[in-house]
Design a protein around this ligand. Sequence first.
Ligand code: HPA
Ligand code: ZN
Length: 324
Amino acid sequence: MKDFIAGLPKCELHLHIEGTLEPELKFALAERNGLALPYASVEEMRDAYSFDDLPSFLKVYYEGMQVLRTEPDFYDLAMAYLRKAAEQNVRYAEIFFDPQAHTSRGVPFDVVIRGLRRALIDADRQLGVRAQLIMCFLRDFQAEYAMATLLESLPYKEWIVGIGLDSDEKGNPPAKFAAVYERARQEGYLLTMHCDVDQDNSIEHIRQAIEEIGVDRVDHGVNILEDQRLVDLVLARGIGLTCCPISNGYVTDSMKAEGIRKLMELGVRVTINSDDPAYFAGYVAENLAALQDELQLTREELAQLERNAFEITWLPRHLKDAYL
Ligand code: HPA
Ligand code: ZN
């Protein structure tokens, strides 16, 4: 089964590029930028990765990305992920980036996106991995800052396929960003957002995302299972869910494997992704293997998960069909 998973053509749709920053690269970038890290070694850094919920993870995640300063830093970050993706037979990826996590500490938007974009072009040519960028807003910042970031992105619109929403969900419902999402839609961006697993108001947040904002996808979203109306809505609109089993195991009490099984049985377009693989110790192949271990998925079921992913990509129909 391990070989089958390794060989399966894959598609990754829920991947934070800043969450792919491995300790080894962190050390290399710190040295290149003349920065000191509070850890003596890669091992010591990894040992300090202790989190049991979303806020405790986010603290480590934002701390870690401070070493990203220059265009080549963002290029190297994205190239490292895309090399790993190629090794795992990921053929196509839609990659989140968090511009505000960088502009808020003085790194220009232009520096971030140019580095990422250059890596995507090189990976397509050199590695045969195609990828597109999704710009995420940080939901624990004000909506006005998200709107300003959206406007700042417009000159680079051709390089960004859609928008997302991430960071700390508590007290930051989808409706807070209704105007930002409306403007993004007018500008031609496709729409997704995180509805993280087991949040205080998961069901209400998913309802807002689908009914009020009109998202094209939901990131995580497993909690739809608690409300038949949401299941019916997702099925009726063909909305895909980007689930992340190993990540779930870190920030909640379990991988939510049974929930993922149930979603598959209901015919929901559920997909398997790695979220922040440098922190959650597993890229997409390891996520598929972990889920398979728990659920004894058949080859056909594993293949169906990847077909779901290619089907809900934000590629034009003819390019989707080439993968299916
Ligand atoms: N949830 C919310 N914000 C995030 C995540 C996540 O899984 N990963 C990086 N930022
Ligand atoms: Zn995520």
